[in-house]
Design a protein around this ligand. Sequence first.
Ligand SMILES: CC(C)(COP(=O)(O)OP(=O)(O)OC[C@H]1O[C@@H](n2cnc3c(N)ncnc32)[C@H](O)[C@@H]1OP(=O)(O)O)[C@@H](O)C(=O)NCCC(=O)NCCS
Length: 146
Amino acid sequence: MLPALDAHAPGVDATAETIPPTEARLQEIVFPDHANHLGTLFGGQALAWMDKAAFIAASRYARKTVVTARSEQVDFRLPIRQGQLVEVVARIVEVGRSSMQVEVELIAEDLLQGERELCTRGRFTMIALDGRGRPVQVPPLTPAVA
Ligand SMILES: CC(C)(COP(=O)(O)OP(=O)(O)OC[C@H]1O[C@@H](n2cnc3c(N)ncnc32)[C@H](O)[C@@H]1OP(=O)(O)O)[C@@H](O)C(=O)NCCC(=O)NCCS
């Protein structure tokens, strides 16, 4: 197991201990078993990747067990083709007491040309739970430092 970071060591961001991370990124390739009969990314697979990224972002932010309470307003704007790279970006944009609102984007990248397009966007509500499975308070959201 890696030792915990010493926040006072040279090169270590001292704020890392106090400001929780708000973003998670996943990268996937659309293989044939992720595609539908049209050869593009299956919507259910896209939702699974989005939920996974939202789960990672919320878990790292809260450092608690989290569950998905809601997914809403998922807009599939453009199809993603088999063979493309998909970057899934999840950001905590709002927090309540135990809830975290996570905006998730799917960006498709053509590996040969490097072109990137925002294809899908959605919002997930994740809830932090205590050891008994009850909703528990999460840290307040600190405004991003420019
Ligand atoms: C999500 C869950 C823990 C909420 O439990 P609950 O007893 O209803 O919790 P509460 O009424 O005390 O609400 C807790 C928080 O969840 C939010 N919440 C509850 N249900 C919600 C819903 N359907 N959509 C959005 N937010 C919801 C509340 O607004 C509240 O937010 P706040 O603490 O920031 O004010 C419970 O409904 C559950 O376990 N659902 C199943 C989760 C699951 O299996 N997900 C799929 C796999 S991860």
